[in-house]
Design a protein around this ligand. Sequence first.
Ligand SMILES: [Zn+2]
Length: 416
Amino acid sequence: MLVFEAKLVGTNEQYGKLDDAIRTARFVRNSCLRYWMDNKDIDKYDLSAYCAVLAASFEFAKNLNSMARQASAERAWSAISRFYDNCKKGKPGKKGYPRFRKEQTHGSVEYKTSGWRLSEDRRCITFSDGFEAGTFKMWGTRDLHFYRQSPTEGDPPAALAHQLKQFKRVRVVRRADGYYVQFCIDQERLEKREPTAHNVGIDVGITLFYTDSDGQTVANPRHLRKSEKSLKRLQRRLSKTKKGSKNRAKFRNKLARKHLKVSRQRKDFAIKTARCVVMSNDLVAYEDLKVRNMVRNRHLAKSISDAAWTQFRTWVEYFGKVFGVVTVAVPPHYTSQNCSNCGKVVKKSLSTRTHTCHHCGHTQDRDWNAARNILERGLRTVGHTGTSTSVDETDQYLSEETPSSKSTRRNRKPKK
Ligand SMILES: [Zn+2]
């Protein structure tokens, strides 16, 4: 699924109408959830039928485009089915019982193929359902002409219709700094890339963003650290303001904007770094870290690097699919303890920055040694050495959990 995004430029009155649409979408979702809680054996189709009931009994619900109402019901259903899935799989801990959405700064409403239309030049979008939000200018980096399946010169109306069909969903998103529109296109993105006959293992850290198996390092972006610092400052100032005061509202908005900025910077960094790694390698191996546990860590530096790492990994896997590069998550046990030269275990504490093997005499930077172990393990998991693997196989490896080898299962992680 491809997503193009643009900022919506309109009047305050128009934004207010978008707010109404967003509020109504949330109302439909929450009502569907309530309906499911209060009745037995409700399925997807019951919820979809319930939308008509809501529209008949609430004037404002009728204002929302009927397909947008359906989309809200689908959202409720996806929360419910996720909960069912977690129960069925016997997921440990919380099962994610669906919750009601509260009014928040961010929110969204999803349209499908009706209730909106693009202008001829693709620079404006008009929302035409009962809320009558009207026409907005779109301000963004992506030109929607960019997306074209086949060159269709000389037949503009047909070409336009053809391109419009590709937009399966159009989402209006409200954020701290304004309103955005997202166009979702159902299309697998596959691109060609020359094999480089090079594989890489990646070890992530706190001081350095990562060290790879060739000894190359990527530093943590400094601007991220800086932003995090001012985030903390704003958070402190917000907590000093009076509840319900204008000042508090002002700081809450400031904080929300800062959060947006940080997450955009992080995403930007993740995309650039991930694309670079994927383009220059035929296989990328990294540790399968359980980030959920890591984020709970109270140290700020740690939580920043965790968040950045999760983003990075997502994009590595995405670009891996796009460019047909194998990506493998290997079990993280013993990657820093083993000697990458002879394979024997060399115990060391966290503060030992250099790996010195007393079996074979091999000496290497700790992270570099770990990255080499990760690559070695990754190659063993995939079973291909030095050859580029087809996309189908990549998909297979991405969908399955990486099997942990016997030796790692037998060994317990050493206690600190
Ligand atoms: Zn050794």
